[in-house]
Design a protein around this ligand. Sequence first.
Ligand code: SF4
Ligand code: SF4
Length: 336
Amino acid sequence: MPEIFKQNEIDVDHLALPSNFEVASIIYQQHSSALLQFQNGVHVQSSCIMCEEMSCLVSNQNEGVLEELTLSQYNKLCPTEAIEIDETGLVQIDKQDCVGCGLCIAACPLGAIYLDENKLAVIEHDNHIFEKSENAQSLGCIGSDVYANPVIDENSELIESIIERIKLRGDNKLSLNRMVQNLLANVGVTCQLTRQGDVNLRMDGLGLIEEKTIVIEIELDTNLDAPRDILDDIAVYCSRYNESLDNVEGLIVSSHLPNKRTEYWELFSDIRNVLGLSIMNVTIAVLLMLVWNRRPINLGDCFLDRDNMSLREYTARALGREVGIATPDSLIEAAK
Ligand code: SF4
Ligand code: SF4
């Protein structure tokens, strides 16, 4: 189905869609907005049109896991609240707050946002990409098959810089959790964050895949206690909500995977053998790469343990190509 979006009425001259608006492909570029290729062969560099949906601002896919969490949900797309509408009505990004995660770049249907040479997001406003029109409410259509390449090409340096920028923030745990929530939503896993300090729901978040609830722990650094913490979380969840263990799974989302020789990997095998419970591991790097390539996640392929400590093969399969991260790298595999 084509995505239909509508322009907001705003008092800026060049923002109007012509009636014959038809994009054949959108080609993402380094350090500038995407190239729009029209059916008639014309190429132009993209620019923000202040579309009505404003998918760069809002994330509305984070409901439906647990009713009591819905009211307190974070429904902005940007994990650090760097995107706002300014006094003139234009969407702007505050570079002081941007961590360069690319969620907004993937969300903008027109490719009007990009990462600059400092790995920070910029919205292109200055290209007059559409003719002036009397009809500021005209509709445009973009099919999901027009996106020609990844919105961002991955490399270790870029991903480490995103993690580092999150780490340096005063509200790093909150920003991290919000980023993971919206990355998961973007790859097809509904996720709701729990309230920090909630003594009953101590996990960082709850998700849904098919009929199963996923208990989620989110870690900025390698936390060797994460497997034990998630067992606690699952026990508390099952007991408080009278849920059978068969309907619950655990997911650890972390910035890096622990080294091969740590006890971490043994624990997953032990937990599965003794309790019949499989815990999934995903890294922030994997989530970012899936979002940048517009791919869904298959969490069923993310069960790691002492026999499989790497997400490289899975990620390559999901992307349909080799991963652009040198081997070995704790961003996607146990490194030493
Ligand atoms: S940046 Fe993109 S998504 Fe945001 S308002 Fe502009 S065109 Fe719409
Ligand atoms: S790149 Fe990420 S942090 Fe920066 S403005 Fe976009 S969503 Fe916010």
